[in-house]
Design a protein around this ligand. Structure first.
Ligand SMILES: Nc1ncnc2c1ncn2[C@@H]1O[C@H](COP(=O)(O)OP(=O)(O)OP(=O)(O)O)[C@@H](O)[C@H]1O
Length: 830
């Protein structure tokens, strides 16, 4: 007999040789106050080479269990082996190629065609083209979607997508297939074909073990075993026909309802219920005993109660059950959920005997025998309850195994589960678990890289936009920031009457006109007005930035002053009075600079060789670094280049995994054995090319088109920019692993970018920041980088200078730190 309990159950006392063994498994979501207990002492055994249908109402924990089996979730407590070892054990390909997983969500990339999707999965499992193509063609034909192979996933119906997902799970012919509701939205004919194929797989030369969940309870009759789950525990596991017959029901659905009902009024363990034969026998011979106390006696009585209630219900409440059956035909799935939920509450109350050993166990060849006294009790019942079809299948498989010697069990590593393993805790399990991010593998990296490139290439518009955006930003920066303001309207009230001169001809000379002539007509646009009041009025209206006023005796007083008359009245009269709207500091500075420059020009024009008498007492020599007249553009440009590169990279990646995580797109990747480092590295490698293009475009416009000064090494500038881009990417990836929505990702990216920009000394010298804030500023990723960039571009310092290498070191440290946290965060699921 194959994988079979002496009592018709799938379970064994220790589960040896089983594909999957779960003992007293607990799993919760959330932390303390918001903790949701999902799996609560679950026991389950799935013999190798069998199809096991896991049934249970919505929310009972089926998907959670499957995720634990494929290594997506870790269990909190208990013991779990899949193909002989705990999931995530070092060197064990679960997750990996030993398992094919079809998640409940569609989890397919919408922008891929069916064929591309399958090719990606094939790459993950290292299938060669000659292996992949016939296999994919066969499965797609089987599922009637071969004609859709070049269609985009986004254009498929729900059922068609599910069939692609099913194909993806089976593509690499894994010895264990775990399918979470594969038949939803699939028509009955295809459903039958799908089951037929699964049956063939379990009968093949290397029998596959299939675990399948379904909401169509009746279809699970085709499974070799069914496990009925509710409230995070297994109510029973056995051959479907066996269960149905033992409870004298006509359908699996009724059986489940009866079990739920029974369970809700007293019985509560899978172990009690999987020995139904014995219990039923006891009940028939002894009548319905209700309770007793202590030891084995108590257990038997509990079991008797279970079946007694079930069978009593059948006899006394035949009418009720009959009515239920009719209703079920009308509102099948709805009632299934509703009743199960009701029962679920009782389930939580009736807790306490979980974790007992099974009444049967699987031996080394994968067949089940009852043990000890139980075999005697179970044997007569077993003969009557066994389903003929299964019996034949099991015999066939047994023969196949005998032919192959040790058979599949040994090939995939026999489970050596020991009794009482249920007591093992999470601590013991995790000590052997693979450590978090791990090192990347070439195969997975390559598969993911190709996938990412394909995905990226599907969206040309976005790609071009991504390439051009930083260049556009630097263009806008160079055009809009740091240049001298022009065309500033200034009112001029000129009351200067001038002086009469005779040479070369007799005329009136106004020094005010000479001055106004020198005043840059590029910066200042002069607006002559008649009176000071009118000028003020214009300033109030926002028409002018200020007013130059020349007194009536301006020219005369200038001459007196040149004749060394320094009386206060002469000094005052020879001065230009300037009144400004000082609300815009940059404009005021520009006007003041233009005013002072015009005066120097006037002195030159009037005094000629004697102009040095009025020259400034300080002479500015050629600067050691930078220009004689530095511009704001030159000061900000290096920091802006740093900031643009950093910010763009954040934007590129901040949403990378948000959708993938939300829609479970990565689940298939994890279960295929990929590591966080594979996924992150592949992502960075994909985006690297965009980053390189962006950097080239920024440098081209900054240095070639706008001719920003660069006196240091261009190579180091490029390296620093690329490193900043990687660091921005790492930050974006980190964000995308921490938030659950696109909006959240955007908010975090934007919200964190501005503080970084403002505190990094890009827009204003760090020397102006209060000391306490400076400490925060220094730990920002862009502060030292901006400083290093400025030193490279404007000072020409080399990497050996502390201000330069420190920038590189800080950026590198941030990148590594953020990548580590991104790698840790990307796999978290609750
Ligand atoms: N990430 C999560 N955080 C918190 N609770 C969760 C999470 N995932 C699932 N749950 C809860 O755990 C319980 C079991 O969920 P699970 O998906 O395992 O049920 P299921 O039996 O597969 O249901 P269905 O048949 O509807 O798919 C549900 O109550 C669900 O709300």
């Amino acid at each position: 007999m194959h994988g079979h309990g002496g009592d018709g159950t799938a379970g064994g006392a220790d589960g040896a040789g089983a594909a999957i063994v779960a003992r007293n498994v607990h799993r919760s979501y959330g932390k303390r106050s918001s903790k949701v207990k999902v799996l609560q002492g679950l026991n389950l055994t799935i013999p190798r080479g069998s199809i096991y249908g896991l049934l249970g109402p919505s929310g009972c924990g089926k998907t959670t269990l499957l995720k634990c089996l494929v290594g997506r979730l870790t269990i909190d407590e208990g013991h779990l082996t899949v193909l002989g070892k705990e999931p995530n054990t070092q060197g064990h390909a679960v997750p990996g190629s030993l398992v094919g997983y079809m998640p409940q969500e569609i989890a397919l990339y919408p922008s891929f065609t069916v064929w591309e999707t399958l090719r990606f999965c094939a790459r993950l499992h290292n299938l060669k083209t000659y292996e992949f193509e016939p296999r994919a063609t066969f499965l797609l034909s089987l599922l009637d979607i071969i004609d859709l192979k070049d269609r985009y996933i986004s254009n498929l119906s729900g059922g068609q997508k599910r069939r692609v997902s099913f194909t993806a799970a089976l593509l690499h012919s894994p010895p264990l297939v775990i399918l979470d509701e594969p038949t939803v939205g699939v028509d009955p004919i295809l459903r039958a074909r799908l089951w037929q194929h699964l049956t063939e797989l379990t009968n093949g030369p290397s029998p596959t073990t299939v675990l399948i969940t379904t909401h169509y309870i009746e279809e699970a009759r085709q499974a070799m075993y069914v496990g009925m789950m509710r409230g995070g525990r297994l109510l029973a596991e056995a051959e479907p026909e066996h269960l149905i017959h033992r409870l004298h029901m006509s359908s699996l659905e009724d059986t489940f309802l009866a079990l739920c009902h029974t369970h809700s009024i007293g019985a509560n363990t899978h172990d009690d219920l999987c020995t139904l034969d014995r219990v039923a026998g006891d009940w028939r011979s002894r009548g319905s005993s209700s309770s007793s106390s202590g030891g084995d006696g108590q257990r038997e009585d509990e079991q008797s109660t279970v079946v007694a209630v079930a069978e009593e219900e059948e006899e006394e409440g035949e009418e009720e059950i009959g009515e239920q059956q009719q209703q079920q035909q009308r509102r099948r799935s709805f009632r299934f959920d509703r009743r199960s939920k009701t029962a679920g509450h009782a389930d939580t109350r009736a807790h306490g005997t979980q974790g007992r050993p099974h009444a049967a166990h699987v031996n080394d060849t994968g067949s089940l025998n009852a043990t000890g006294q139980e075999i005697d009790e179970a044997a007569p019942l077993l003969a009557s309850s066994r389903h003929h079809h299964h019996h034949q299948q099991q015999q066939q498989q047994q023969q196949q195994r005998s032919r192959k010697g040790e058979g599949a069990v040994e090939r995939y590593g026999a489970g050596r589960a020991r009794p009482n393993r249920a007591k093992r805790t999470k601590k013991t399990q995790s000590s052997r678990r693979r450590w978090g991010p791990g090192l990347p593998t070439w195969r997975n990296f390559y598969a993911l890289l190709v996938k990412n490139m394909l995905r990226l290439g599907r969206n040309y518009g976005l790609l071009v936009f991504q390439f051009m955006l930083p260049a556009l930003q630097i263009i806008l920066y160079c055009l809009a920031i740091g240049r001298d303001p022009t065309g500033l309207r200034m009112a001029v009230v000129n009351d200067d009457v001038g002086v009469n001169v005779s040479l070369p001809t007799a005329h009136t000379l106004r020094f005010s006109d000479i001055y106004l002539h020198q005043l840059s007509n590029k910066t200042i646009h002069q607006v002559p007005v008649a009176t000071y009041e009118e000028a003020v009025h214009r300033i109030h209206r926002g028409d002018c930035w200020g007013v130059y006023q020349f007194a009536g005796n301006y020219s005369q007083d200038i001459i007196k002053r040149l004749s060394k008359d320094d009386s206060p009245a002469v000094i005052a009269g020879s001065q230009i009075s300037l009144t400004l709207d000082n609300s815009n500091q940059q404009i005021s500075i520009a006007i003041e600079a233009a005013t002072a420059a015009a005066f120097e020009s006037m002195v030159d024009a009037v005094l000629g060789n004697l102009s040095t008498l009025a020259a400034s007492p300080v002479r500015f020599e050629k600067p050691i670094y930078g220009e004689l007249h530095p511009t704001f553009t030159d000061f900000v440009a290096p920091g802006i280049m740093v900031s643009i590169t950093f910010a763009q990279a954040i934007g590129l990646t901040a949403m990378s995994f948000v959708l993938d995580r939300k829609e479970g797109l990565l689940d298939r990747v994890w279960v295929a054995g990929a590591r966080a480092s594979d996924v992150i590295l592949a992502h960075m490698a994909t985006q690297f090319w965009i980053l390189a293009g962006q950097t080239a475009a920024v440098l081209f416009f900054a240095l070639v088109v706008f001719k920003l000064p660069i006196v240091g090494s261009l190579a180091w500038v490029i390296v620093l920019m690329m490193m900043l881009g990687l660091s921005g990417m790492a930050y974006g990836l980190f964000i995308s692993t921490q938030v659950d929505s696109e909006v959240g990702a955007i908010q975090v990216a934007m919200g964190s970018f501005f503080p970084v920009l403002l505190l990094s000394g890009v827009l204003w010298p760090l020397q102006a920041i209060p000391q306490w804030l400076l400490y925060i500023s220094y730990i920002m990723p862009t502060t030292w980088a901006a400083e290093a960039m400025r030193s490279l571009m404007l000072r020409g310092w080399t990497i050996l200078h502390q201000d330069v290498w420190l920038g590189f070191v800080v950026v590198l440290a941030w990148t590594l730190l953020l990548l580590f946290f991104a790698a840790v965060g990307i796999r978290s699921v609750d």
